[in-house]
Design a protein around this ligand. Structure first.
Ligand code: UD1
Ligand code: UDP
Length: 376
C-alpha cells in the first residue's frame, strides 16, 4: 500500500455507511484500511436496513457502529424504506458533517445515502461502482440504485475494467474512475484459511450443493420455480445433499419452507455467519444462487456457480466459463445442475479457480486514493 503522509491537523472525517449483509462484508476491509490510515478519522453508520444479517457480519469483522439507525421493519416496502432512510440519513449528515461519505454496492441504503449526501453537498465515494446489466428492471431495484448512486458520487471505485468501461460510456470523467478490484476478495482472503466447522450436518460421502436466493425480481412464480427445481434435483440425485440458508424475507422464506421443508436430502437453515458460509462454499461441490457476492467469491474458491437470473452485471466470470446463467426456470435449473453432477468433464471445465474480481488489495487502493485526493 502506498503511504500517504498526514499533515498536522489535516485529519479527514470519513463516514462509512452500511445497511445490509453484503455491504458490510465488502465495506469491512475498507473500514479496516481507513482505520490504519493516519490521515483518516473513520466512523461507521449502520442503517440496519438488515438487522440480524447485518449484525452477523459486523460481529464477524469486529466492527461496532458509531451510529445505528435501526431502520428495518418486517417485510419493508421500497417506498417506505426509502423515505425513512432519506430523512434519518439527512439528520445524521447534518449533525456529523463528514468530509466524505463512503457507500458500497446497490441497495436502497446506498441510493438514499448518496442522495442525502448530495443534498448536504458532501462528497461521496462509491465502492463497487459501474456494475450494469443495462436493464433498469433487472435486478430490481438495484440497477436504478447504482445508477443514481454513481451519478451522485465523486469517486467511482470500479472492481473491474468492464465496470470502468460502463462508467466511461456514461460520460464520467476518467480521472474519477479507479479500477481497484472488488473488496469482497479482500474479505474472503482474510477469512478463507480459518478452519470453521459447517453449522449443518451433511451426510458423509454425499456431494453438497449450496443454495442461496433472495432477488426481488424473482418473487412469486419464478421463485416457486426455483424451489420446485431444487426439489426435483433432490428427488433425482440420491448421492447429493442440498444446503440452503434461507433469507429471512417472508417472500423467500414462506415458499422455501412450504416447497422444500421436510425433504431428507435438503437442509434448510437460517442465514449463516460469514465464516461458516465461507466454509460451506469450500465444502460445496457446486453453488446455485442469485446472489451478487457469491458470483464473485465462488470462482475464487474454484466452485462452479449456476446463477438463477436472466442477466448478470458480473459478466467476467461468465466469460471465463466458471459461472453460468440458468434463469429462474425449473427445467433449465434441473438440466444444468444434473449435467454438472453427472458429467465429470463438464464439472472440471467449470471448477477452474479463476478469480476475475480482485487480488485482495482493493481496500488499500481505495484508502490511498481517498487520502491522496483529500489530503494531497
Ligand atoms: C436487500 C437489498 C438487495 C441485497 C440484499 C442482500 C434493497 C432493495 N435490496 O434485499 O439489493 O442484494 O439485501 O441480502 O436494498 N429481513 C430480516 N432480517 C434481516 C434482513 C432482512 O428479517 O436481517 C427481512 C425483513 O422482513 C425485511 C425483509 O427481509 O423487511 C427485506 O429486507 P430488504 O433489505 O428490504 O430486502 P432484501 O431482499 O434483504
Ligand atoms: N453470505 C453469508 N451467509 C449466508 C449467505 C451468504 O455470509 O448464509 C454472504 C456471502 O458469502 C456473500 C454475501 O453474503 O459475501 C452475499 O449476500 P447476499 O447474497 O445477501 O447479497 P448480494 O450479494 O446478492 O447483494
Amino acid at each position: 500500500m502506498q503511504a500517504v503522509s498526514p499533515r498536522q491537523g489535516a485529519c479527514k472525517r470519513i463516514l462509512a455507511v452500511v445497511g445490509t449483509r453484503p455491504e458490510a462484508i465488502k465495506m469491512a476491509p475498507v473500514i479496516r484500511a481507513l482505520q490504519s490510515a493516519p490521515w483518516a478519522d473513520v466512523r461507521v453508520l449502520a442503517t440496519a436496513q438488515h438487522r440480524q444479517m447485518l449484525d452477523q457480519v459486523l460481529d464477524a469483522f469486529g466492527i461496532v457502529p458509531d451510529i445505528d439507525l435501526d431502520i428495518m421493519a418486517p417485510n419493508q416496502t421500497l417506498p417506505e424504506l426509502t423515505s425513512r432512510l432519506l430523512s434519518k440519513l439527512d439528520e445524521v449528515f447534518a449533525r456529523e458533517r463528514p468530509d466524505a461519505v463512503l457507500i458500497q454496492g446497490d441497495t436502497t441504503t446506498v441510493m438514499t445515502a448518496a442522495m442525502a449526501a448530495f443534498y448536504r453537498r458532501i462528497d461521496v465515494g462509491h465502492v463497487e461502482a459501474g456494475l450494469r446489466t443495462g436493464d433498469l428492471h433487472n435486478p430490481f431495484p438495484e440497477e436504478m440504485n447504482r445508477i443514481v448512486a454513481g451519478r451522485l458520487s465523486r469517486w467511482h471505485f470500479a472492481p473491474t475494467e468492464g465496470a470502468r468501461d460502463n462508467l466511461l460510456r456514461e460520460g464520467f470523467d476518467p480521472a474519477s474512475v479507479h479500477v481497484t478490484g472488488n473488496t469482497v476478495i479482500d474479505a474472503l482472503l482474510d477469512v478463507v484459511q480459518r478452519d470453521t466447522p459447517l453449522p449443518v450436518e451433511v451426510p458423509e460421502g454425499r456431494r453438497m450443493v449450496l443454495v442461496t436466493a433472495h432477488r426481488r425480481e424473482n418473487f412469486g412464480a419464478p421463485f416457486r420455480e426455483v424451489c420446485l427445481a431444487i426439489r426435483d434435483l433432490a428427488d433425482r440425485h440420491d448421492d447429493v445433499h442440498f444446503v440452503y440458508p434461507v433469507h429471512p424475507n417472508p417472500n423467500v422464506s414462506g415458499p422455501a419452507r412450504e416447497i422444500l421443508g421436510g425433504h431428507d436430502r435438503i437442509t434448510l437453515c437460517p442465514p449463516m455467519d460469514y465464516l461458516p458460509f465461507v466454509a460451506a462454499m469450500k465444502r460445496a461441490h457446486l453453488i446455485l444462487t442469485d446472489s451478487g457476492g457469491v458470483q464473485e467469491e465462488a470462482p475464487a474458491l474454484g466452485k462452479p456457480v449456476l446463477v438463477m437470473r436472466r442477466e448478470t452485471e458480473r459478466p467476467e466470470a461468465v466469460e471465463a466459463g466458471v459461472v453460468k446463467l440458468v434463469g429462474p426456470v425449473r427445467d433449465a435449473i434441473v438440466a444444468e445442475v444434473s449435467w454438472l453432477l453427472d458429467e465429470p468433464g463438464a464439472y472440471a471445465g467449470m471448477a477452474k479457480g479463476v478469480s476475475p474480481y480482485g487480488d485482495g488489495h482493493a481496500s488499500g487502493r481505495i484508502a490511498d486514493i481517498l487520502g491522496r485526493d483529500l489530503i494531497g
